[in-house]
Each structure stands twice: as structure tokens, then as C-alpha cells.
Design a protein around this ligand. Structure first.
Ligand SMILES: NC(=O)c1ccc[n+]([C@@H]2O[C@H](COP(=O)([O-])OP(=O)(O)OC[C@H]3O[C@@H](n4cnc5c(N)ncnc54)[C@H](O)[C@@H]3O)[C@@H](O)[C@H]2O)c1
Length: 267
């Protein structure tokens, strides 16, 4: 093994991951998966109590902090705390997110702005605040795109816009920060069994049977399905992967059928 590869952060004992939106859903599942593999985690969430509880549940080597990822000063402050506490950051996983479903012609501008702030600005702010730590550790970032980065989802104009923008953010950071030794990739989940999707089923704005019949693997993703891919992307097996958008969607975006009966008979 070359000296360079041996010195990359993923070979360090107990590397550190900063995960926003870590109080629940995919962020929490990713934290659990990484901790099981020997990582330490700093969980950030606007739900500070939830982040603290989740971090404590995973062990007292972890940190849970309240933080609005759209607030530049708050993000700087928590990253300072993380740097003081752990002395290093090896991975940044900005999983904080929101979704509002409403017709585009009457979509509320304040809600539109909130999507831009949380998803795009929030991911950029966390990446910026951790840049020098990641450059030092030769670490990586995994952002959150979506199937909405590939096709238009009616009723989700803000969500589709930020998820498409996330591809630009990811590729730009990958190109710019690659020479600094920082890899930047995106996961693009399909429908994952979290509160974000369940809220859509409950309100009737998305139909579970339709989603399942439109997904070749005929199930929702579990948060753990996504967490496993994130662990791969921040780990040594992905050491030469940067700038990719990796679908984790059960085949949703490659199925070209117009309708897909759940018995699999549609061709
Ligand atoms: N669930 C899915 O099907 C799905 C599919 C594709 C992409 N994604 C993306 O994956 C990411 C995680 O989604 P999830 O399903 O786990 O969502 P979730 O709603 O279960 O969790 C989101 C977390 O983000 C936190 N959060 C919201 N606003 C915040 C803010 N301003 N600052 C800090 N924390 C904030 C929430 O408190 C919550 O804990 C999101 O970016 C989402 O868009 C989810």
C-alpha cells in the first residue's frame, strides 16, 4: 500500500462523522451504522434534544447538538465545538431536510425559501465549515439528492428544485475540492420508509401501492439501505470515487414502463 493511501483518514481508528438531521430517519440510521463500524458521530439537528438522545443512545463517545443548518453562525459554532471535542472530522453527511407538497401555481414563497435554505444552503454551510478539517483528514462528504434529481415530481416544486440543485453543488465541490483531497458524492434515494414519506402517504399526496408497483424491487427502502451505501461512500472501498450521483432507489428511475401491475405482469 502506498504511503499516501495508508495516511487517508478512513484508515484511522475511530474516525469522526458529522451528520445533520441526525435525530431521526436516514441521518439517525447512518449514525447507527457508522458507530457499529467504529466511527464516532456528531449529530446535529434543529431538534437538539432528539440529536442528544440519539447520540447518547449510540454511546458516550458521540455528540448531539441543536443546530439550524441554515444559520451560518450556528453551523460555525457547532463545528468549532466538534473540532474542540474530537480534534478531527473525516466525513460530513448533511441529511437535514424538509418537504412540502402543494401545487406549483400557489406554492408559498416562504416555504420555497425554506427548502433552499435547509437543503442547499444547509449542505453548503456545513461543507464550508468543515472544509479545513476535511482537507486535513482527506475526508469526504455525502450529500442527499433524490429520484427528484432525475425526474419532475408534480406537487413538489421546491423539493425537486433543491434536489436537482444538489447535483450541481455535489459536482462543483467534488471538482473544486478534489485537489484538496476531499471526495464529494451524492446518494439519490427512492422512497424510504421515514416520516418524510409516511407523511405523504397519510395526507394522500402519494399512494403507497402506486409507489410499490412503480418500484422494480417492490418495496420501500429502509433507512438502513441508504446508510449502508453512505458507509461505502465514506469508506476506503470508495477511495477513488468522487462527484457521482449514486441511485439507491430499487430501480425506480430505470423502469420505463407506463404502468406496472404489482404482480409483475406489465411489460
Ligand atoms: N425519505 C425519503 O424517501 C427520501 C428520499 C430521497 C431523499 N431523501 C433525503 O434524505 C434526507 C433525510 O431524509 P429523511 O427521510 O431521513 O427525513 P426525516 O424527515 O425523517 O428527517 C429529517 C431531519 O432533519 C431535521 N431538520 C429539518 N430541518 C432542519 C434544520 N433547519 N436544521 C437541522 N436539522 C433539520 C429534522 O428535525 C429531522 O430530524 C433529506 O435530505 C431528504 O430530502 C429522503
Amino acid at each position: 500500500m502506498s504511503a499516501d493511501l495508508a495516511s487517508t483518514s478512513v484508515h484511522q481508528a475511530n474516525p469522526v462523522a458529522v451528520i445533520s438531521g441526525g435525530a431521526r430517519g436516514i441521518g439517525a440510521a447512518t449514525a447507527e451504522r457508522l458507530v457499529a463500524s467504529g466511527w464516532r458521530v456528531a449529530l446535529l439537528d434543529i431538534n437538539g434534544e432528539g440529536a442528544q438522545a440519539e447520540a447518547a443512545r449510540l454511546g458516550d463517545q458521540n455528540l448531539g447538538l441543536g443546530c439550524d443548518v441554515a444559520d451560518q453562525q450556528a453551523v460555525k459554532d457547532v463545528v468549532d465545538q466538534i473540532a474542540t471535542h474530537f480534534g478531527r472530522v473525516d466525513a460530513v453527511i448533511p441529511a437535514a431536510g424538509n418537504i412540502t407538497r402543494a401545487p406549483a401555481e400557489e406554492f408559498d414563497l416562504a416555504i420555497w425559501q425554506k427548502h433552499l435554505d435547509i437543503h442547499l444552503t444547509g449542505s453548503l454551510l456545513l461543507a464550508q465549515a468543515c472544509h479545513s478539517l476535511l482537507a486535513e483528514s482527506k475526508g469526504s462528504i455525502v450529500t442527499f439528492a433524490s429520484v427528484a434529481s432525475t425526474f419532475g415530481l408534480p406537487g413538489r416544486v421546491a423539493y425537486g428544485t433543491v434536489k436537482t440543485g444538489m447535483v450541481g453543488l455535489t459536482r462543483t465541490l467534488a471538482a473544486e475540492w478534489g485537489p484538496h483531497g476531499i471526495r464529494v458524492n451524492a446518494v439519490a434515494p427512492g422512497y424510504v420508509d421515514t416520516e418524510m414519506v409516511r407523511s405523504g402517504f397519510r395526507s394522500g399526496s402519494i399512494n403507497e401501492d402506486t409507489v410499490l408497483s412503480r418500484t422494480p424491487l417492490r418495496r420501500l427502502a429502509t433507512p438502513e439501505d441508504i446508510a449502508g451505501v453512505i458507509e461505502f461512500l465514506v469508506g476506503p472501498a470508495a477511495s477513488f470515487i468522487t462527484g457521482v450521483l449514486l441511485p439507491v432507489d430499487g430501480g425506480l428511475i430505470i423502469d420505463g414502463r407506463f404502468d406496472a401491475p404489482s404482480d409483475g405482469s406489465g411489460i
